[in-house]
Design a protein around this ligand. Structure first.
Ligand code: AP5
Ligand code: MG
Length: 196
């Protein structure tokens, strides 16, 4: 199953996807992680730095090219968990085309929500622990604004196609996991045997 995890910065997309990988037996495809890796290379470095560190979106072309290449790998043939992708309507449409070429499609989009104050608190805590350059108060405000403008319409895109479910990202990681697992199960997702 191809699952899209949508949600504002700091809501817990990465945290929840990492928990689901083993339970579902599909890989975690995080465009944020892929871009942080790609920015180390000479060909992409400067451009990506400029956008990511200011909390702006990287171009649809760069992101979709990375995703298309990732989806060609054997571990993605039965599905994956997209984290932070698609983030614009254009990315959502391109993803449909990429998957459609192979007779596949998005099976479920999960929109995680949380209030801005809590999200900022979580990210500032992470900034102290992990030193991610885009976890500053100024950049966070921009990332939240961009989320509202560019990515909330993506949730609507999936809602119109009957693929969206909404979960709260507020609560302990275990509480949030429980709700997400239930939603995936209710929507036809299959867990591995022995996965509680
Ligand atoms: P990306 O890496 O995707 O960042 P993001 O969407 O801003 O989200 P975060 O990773 O900050 O938050 P998260 O929801 O994963 O939360 P997490 O689990 O870490 O993107 C970074 C940048 O890359 C973008 O700004 C853009 O420049 C570029 N980019 C990426 N994808 C792109 C795309 N498709 N198109 C264009 N540009 C793109 O949790 C946050 C913290 O809270 C952690 O410390 C965690 O331990 C803690 N936490 C999590 N859950 C809980 C809980 N339930 N209770 C308490 N603490 C919790
Ligand atoms: Mg993340």
């Amino acid at each position: 199953m191809f699952i899209v995890m949508i949600g504002p910065p700091g809501v817990g997309k990465g945290t929840q996807c990492k928990r689901l990988v083993n339970q579902l037996g599909i890989p975690h495809v995080s465009t944020g992680d892929m871009l942080r890796e790609a920015r180390k290379s000479v060909s992409h470095g400067e451009d990506l730095l400029a956008h990511m560190d200011r909390g702006r979106l990287v171009s649809d072309e760069v992101v979709t090219e990375l995703v298309e290449r990732r989806l060609e790998l054997p571990d993605c043939q039965n599905g994956c968990l997209f984290d932070g992708f698609p983030r614009t309507i254009q990315q959502a449409e391109t993803l449909d085309k990429i998957l459609g070429k192979h007779g596949k499609s998005v099976g479920l989009a999960i929109e995680m929500s949380g209030d801005d104050k809590l999200l900022v608190q979580r990210m500032l805590k992470r900034a102290a622990e992990e030193q991610r350059p885009d976890d500053t108060v100024e950049t966070l405000t921009r990332r939240l604004e961009i989320y509202q403008r560019e990515t909330v319409p993506v949730a609507k895109y999936y809602e119109e196609r009957g693929l969206l479910c909404q979960v709260s990202g507020i609560g302990t990681p275990d509480e949030v996991s429980l709700t997400i697992r239930q939603q995936i199960r209710d929507n036809g997702g299959k867990y591995r045997e022995n996965s509680s």
